[in-house]
Design a protein around this ligand. Sequence first.
Ligand SMILES: [Zn+2]
Length: 57
Amino acid sequence: MDECPRCQAPLERLSLADVETIACRDCGFADIPVDHESERDEPESWRDAINRFYDGN
Ligand SMILES: [Zn+2]
C-alpha cells in the first residue's frame, strides 16, 4: 500500500466519478490527477469536492 509522503500514514484509495486517486486522512494530502494548473495545495477544496460528491448521491 502507498504511504503518505508527508506523514507516512497509509493512503486511502478514493474514487471520484471516473477518477481514482489516493488521499491521506491524517494530514489531508491528496494525489490528485488534475488537468488544470494547481499552484497551491488545497486539501480543504479536495475534501469539499469529495463531500459534495457523496452528498449528491
Ligand atoms: Zn498524511
